[in-house]
Ligand binder design. Structure first.
Ligand SMILES: *[C@@H]1O[C@H](CO)[C@@H](O)[C@H](O)[C@H]1NC(C)=O
Ligand SMILES: *[C@@H]1O[C@H](CO)[C@@H](O)[C@H](O)[C@H]1NC(C)=O
Length: 412
């Protein structure tokens, strides 16, 4: 009996030791493999966008956990905007399938289901400015308000302006069953719809960017300048025309709300999460916030060629930044582009009144509701608008100034 127990104990001990050594050797092997991969992934000086093209779809759980959260975005011009962007960007678990994205990354040219081939041929010499607006089929009311306000076609300060909306196939076709009829009717009525045969999702905006540049190169090469933006912005087209009138469309021009030194977000929870397997470098090239930016005809043509050579990247703004880097063009920051919205004092929401004179000096303001766009446009175009106190309204949302004004008002 005793002998048997002793034998069992020895046996168990032996098994445990064997198991431990096996585990240890496995761990060592994993660590080695990991190190190798790390060394392999060092960004090369040639700035390859995908560090490991041999195995583009590979990303394991370990890598994701190891990746440390980094500072999200630091804007050179306005540190104030930083807090705004972090609160605005939705924090949802990324359901993005990087693997299938990378597998399908060569599918990048999609059929144009609705075209406006004569858009830029109606006026001799072509339009001075083409306004290209990213929209989704469901946003009918946004397109309507843009058509009625800042996106009007015709002469603005003597310059010919044309408009197109950039659309894909709605993801949820049951949400708006009549979408096809609607879009065809809109196209017939306004002649401003471009519809491509890809699913209109956030991560497919890069496809919209690419296919629009190709379209512009093919059907609108006679344009002088292009404004490209979202459908929830307010654009002061008059200011843009004035700004562009002094520029040469045959020279490079790319102006907007430029973001410098942005780091890829390695936090899985973020909407903008990018694993290192997809982008290995620590920093993105300078890029323009997608809310709105300007480019010349010359730059459009160059970009349309350059973007063909760049691997698809799921964040469209950054993707365009990569194309700019490829043609060695530095995007220019302009203070008039507020694509992260205007900073408002959150502690005093009653101060968020519209100040049209403030908007008068801007070019693009992001994140506005439909009635706000309507109101702003109408206030700015009111004959009664006079902005005499220019100095005071330059920064109407400044904390100190406003508090003073409120206390003054309260005491008077
Ligand atoms: C599509 O939209 C309909 C109506 O809004 C909604 O009931 C349904 O859940 C949506 N489907 C998906 C897959 O989101
Ligand atoms: C992009 O569009 C294509 C074509 O419709 C679709 O297969 C793909 O799933 C979409 N990708 C994303 C990330 O939504």
């Amino acid at each position: 009996m005793k002998v048997q127990l002793k034998g069992d104990a020895i046996c168990t001990l032996f098994l445990v030791i064997a198991l431990c050594s096996l585990l240890y050797s496995q761990l060592e092997h994993l660590a080695l493999a990991g190190n190798k991969e790390q060394a392999h992934k060092k960004p090369s000086s040639t700035q390859r966008i995908f560090p490991d093209p041999q195995a583009p779809g590979r990303y394991s759980q370990e890598e994701v956990i190891v990746a440390r959260p980094r500072i999200i975005i630091t804007k050179k011009a306005e540190v104030d905007d930083y807090s705004q962007t972090t609160t605005v960007s939705p924090v949802t678990y990324s359901t993005f399938d990087f693997k299938s994205y990378l597998l399908n990354k060569d599918k990048r040219n999609f059929k144009l289901l609705i075209n406006q081939p004569k858009k830029c041929r109606r006026t001799p010499g072509g339009p001075f400015l083409l306004i290209a607006i990213k929209s989704v089929v469901e946003d009918f009311d946004r397109r309507e308000i843009v058509r009625k306000t800042w996106g009007r076609e015709g002469l603005v300060h003597g310059a010919q302006v044309q408009r197109v909306f950039l659309l894909g196939i709605p993801k949820n076709k049951t949400a708006l069953a009549t979408w096809e009829t609607l879009i065809h009717q809109e196209s017939l009525t306004y002649r401003d719809i471009l519809l491509w045969d890809f699913m209109d999702t956030f991560f497919n905006l890069t496809l919209k960017e690419l296919n629009f540049l190709n379209w512009a190169n093919e059907f609108c090469s006679n344009v002088n300048f292009i404004f490209k933006g979202d459908n929830d912005v307010f654009v002061n087209v008059e200011n843009i025309i004035d700004f562009l009138e002094r520029r040469d469309p045959t020279e490079d021009l790319f102006v907007g709300d430029i973001i410098y030194n942005a780091h890829p977000i390695r936090v899985r929870k973020s909407k903008y999460y990018i694993p290192e397997t997809m982008y290995g470098l620590g920093m993105y090239p300078a890029y323009a916030g997608g809310g709105g930016f300007l480019l010349s005809s010359q730059t459009m043509k160059k970009l349309s060629e350059a973007c063909k050579e760049v691997e698809l990247f799921p964040i469209d703004d950054v993707f365009l930044g990569m194309c700019l880097q490829r043609i060695n063009l530095k995007p220019v920051l302009h203070e008039g582009f507020k694509t992260f919205g205007i900073v408002k004092p959150s502690a005093a929401p009653h101060l968020q009144t519209f100040e049209p004179c403030f908007y008068k000096d801007l070019m693009v303001v992001h994140s506005l509701k439909v009635p706000e766009i309507w109101l702003m446009w109408n206030l700015l175009h009111s004959p009664r608008l006079s902005c005499t106190q220019k100095k005071q309204v330059k920064k109407p949302f400044q904390w100190k100034k406003k508090t003073k004004m409120v206390t003054e008002a309260a005491t008077s």
